[in-house]
Design a binder for this molecule. Structure first.
Ligand code: ATP
Length: 634
């Protein structure tokens, strides 16, 4: 698609890359006020943000040098949105679009300005990230904390604090008091002890992301200059998946932007709220509308799923929201037979074999690739992988557990790390034939990293020569894909040296803190080695690295925001949904998220060996109400 660098008049602007937007979406794209958009799956909420970015950047409604900040919940969602904007906008425009996760945004603030925090709350610059769990809080409250001073309470008072809610209610439940809690309750005293212990009493400071969010909010509350810099920088703020916003994130946004002229667009779907366990607010949209005077604008189309799937989705949606309005499918059904079914199997092994066969047959019948399918599970993907993987490998299509760990990083996250993407682009250029598009990708990335002006043709020509010489040398030095970790690591280091470690850190400040760059490089090297088994050629190794020919296996949580031709949900049983009774709404929302990832087909599988299906009878009932049939397969 042709993208223009010149400015477009607002009245001449047209959606880029899609035929049309529905009336409300177009209204939001062009709006100049705060908006909350609550719309169902596949309504084009993320697309709307990409279009709005194009509109604001191309028409000058977001005037240079001001920028747009887009905050997503997942790394790949942030990357995906940035990619959509890059596709739709000239690079001069796209360069003013910052897409990141909440965690990255808050961490960036602490890394840049954290030393301006008052001493009580100031982490050491080389702080490390921790991910504490319930067990850690129990250990802290029962053993590490000690006895409170008499005016606060007794050891028994501390023991009465529920471990489960210590983090969300006390540790990060409210904005941090600048001078500490003046007359602390036992829980506040415990929270303060926790903060002090992890900020000041270890060999390093250790912080969780929720703690970083709270520190970032305090930082901006007490440093008007840093806060004003953000207000001036960003003319517009986008928030995707807003239904999953935590109080910490909301407070941070409020501290920075409330009462300013930054225009905020928040999109989401309450029916897809599946992060309450991770501290999502009960109803962030209502808070946002009230605080920021946002106008609520619904969307009615579904651009993802076939009419038959949209019909079933609506029955599920009504279980979550009785007022849900039936969306209009804007696509057509392309498959023969039922769009949704429940398949019963006698053993997990017969299930695995049959699923692999079906996927192979469907790929042929509909000219699909492996990444048009997804195997979804509720949790513990690696346990399912043990049985599924051999069957899929035997059928000639490897599975890939996206939640698997490579070193200290989850595979899904590694692949969207900027430095991993750069390494793959340079290797593709150096080691594969017909690498034209990788040439453009590498050149554009280096122009940005090396700070070359878009109109500096001399510097661009020099860059092209250097890149050309470098990839030739890389190809000569490493003719084969690596066979040892040492070689794999030296490939990775070689490329980083060419690009310039300092330049990468300058462009991505997170790499400059806490040894993160080395962790990513180490994971990249490990994954490159794992992808290079059996002396395979470089191009195949890189395909494996990126999972081009593999079927993704992931949990529902990881599938948020993604879409596939066919969704196969493995294990619709009480075992997988063991916590169903504890939070039926959130579990049903998870079920809804899984179902709505599909464009054409959803298959649920059941195998009695894994568990009964009485506790989740309501889910089965919803499917039955929608006319979905249960079929005994093998
Ligand atoms: N106006 C449009 N015309 C054609 N296709 C569109 C349009 N808007 C979105 N799409 C396509 O529809 C699909 C769903 O869009 P998108 O991912 O933006 O939906 P969403 O509302 O964010 O979904 P979810 O909440 O389920 O993640 C994508 O493939 C997108 O490219």
């Amino acid at each position: 698609m042709a993208v223009l660098s010149r400015r477009i008049r607002s009245e001449d602007w047209k959606p880029v890359g899609v035929k049309a937007l529905e009336v409300n979406a177009l209204q939001v794209v062009r709006s100049a006020d705060n908006r909350s958009i609550i719309a169902g799956p596949g309504a084009g909420k993320t697309e709307l943000l990409a279009q709005r970015a194009a509109y604001l950047l191309q028409t000058g409604a977001a005037p240079a040098p001001r920028r747009i900040l887009a905050i997503s919940f997942k790394r790949d969602a942030a990357t995906n949105l940035a990619a959509r904007v890059r596709q739709r906008c000239h690079r001069n425009h796209a360069a003013r679009f910052d897409s990141m996760t909440f965690d990255a945004f808050a961490k960036g603030l602490i890394d840049r300005f954290g030393q301006a925090l008052p001493e009580r709350w100031r982490p050491r610059p080389d702080y490390e990230i921790m991910i504490p769990g319930e067990r850690d809080y129990r250990e802290f409250l029962s053993r590490q904390i000690g006895v409170p001073p008499a005016p606060v309470g007794t050891y028994a008072d501390i023991q009465a604090i529920p471990v489960k809610t210590f983090e969300r209610r006390h540790l990060v439940g409210t904005p941090l008091p600048l001078d500490g809690w003046s007359q602390p309750t036992p829980a506040q005293w415990a929270a303060e002890r926790y903060w002090q212990m992890f900020l000041h009493e270890g060999r390093k400071s250790f912080l969780s992301f929720p703690m970083i969010g709270r520190l970032a909010e305090l930082l901006l509350r007490v440093n008007p200059m840093a806060r004003d810099a953000l207000r001036l920088t960003y003319s517009h703020l986008f928030m995707d998946e807003f239904q999953d916003t935590t109080q910490i994130q909301y407070d941070l946004v409020r501290t920075i932007f409330l009462g300013t002229n930054t225009v905020i667009t928040a999109v989401g779907d309450n029916k897809q709220q599946i992060m309450r366990w991770a501290m999502a607010m009960d109803d962030p949209f209502t808070a946002f509308d009230g605080d920021f005077g946002a106008t609520r604008t619904p969307l009615y189309n579904n651009y993802r799923s076939s009419p038959e799937l949209v019909r079933i989705q609506h029955i599920l949606a009504q279980a979550l929201d009785a007022q849900a309005v039936a969306p209009v499918s804007k696509t057509v059904g392309t498959i023969a037979g039922a769009s949704c079914a429940i398949w019963d199997f006698s053993t997990p092994e017969t299930e695995a074999a049959r699923l692999a066969d079906v996927v192979v047959a469907e790929m042929k019948a509909h000219a699909l690739g492996p990444r048009d399918f997804v195997l979804l599970v509720r949790q513990k993907a690696s346990e399912y992988a043990t049985v599924l993987d051999p069957a899929f490998v035997a059928a000639g299509i490897p599975l890939r557990n996206e939640a698997g760990m490579v070193g200290s990083i989850m595979l899904q996250d590694l692949l969207v790390e900027a430095v991993s993407e750069l390494i793959v682009a340079v290797l593709r250029l150096a080691m594969t034939t017909r690498a034209g598009r990788h040439w453009t990708a590498c050149q554009e990335a280096l122009i940005a990293l090396w700070g070359i002006a878009p109109d500096d043709e001399v510097a661009q020509a020099r860059l092209a020569n250097e890149l050309d010489a470098y990839v030739t040398q890389l190809n000569t030095t490493y003719p084969n894909s690596p066979k040892s970790k040492a070689v794999s690591r030296s490939v990775v280091d070689d490329i980083l040296e060419f690009i310039g470690r300092e330049k990468v850190i300058a462009a991505h400040p997170a790499y400059g803190q806490g040894g993160w760059l080395d962790k990513v490089l180490d994971s990249a090297a490990e994954h490159l080695l794992a992808s290079s088994h059996n002396d395979i050629e470089w191009s195949s190794a890189l395909d494996t690295y990126e999972g081009v020919h593999a079927i993704p296996l992931m949990t529902i949580h990881k599938s948020k925001g993604l879409e596939y031709h066919s969704v196969i949900f493995v294990g619709l049983d009480d075992g997988a949904w063991w916590s169903f009774a504890n939070d039926q709404i959130e579990a049903t929302a998870g079920f809804f998220v899984a179902f709505t990832r599909a464009k054409q087909r959803v298959v649920f599988t059941y195998c009695a060996q894994r568990g009964t299906r009485t506790k989740i009878a309501t889910l089965y009932q919803l499917l039955t109400n929608a006319g979905v049939k249960n079929i005994k397969v093998a």
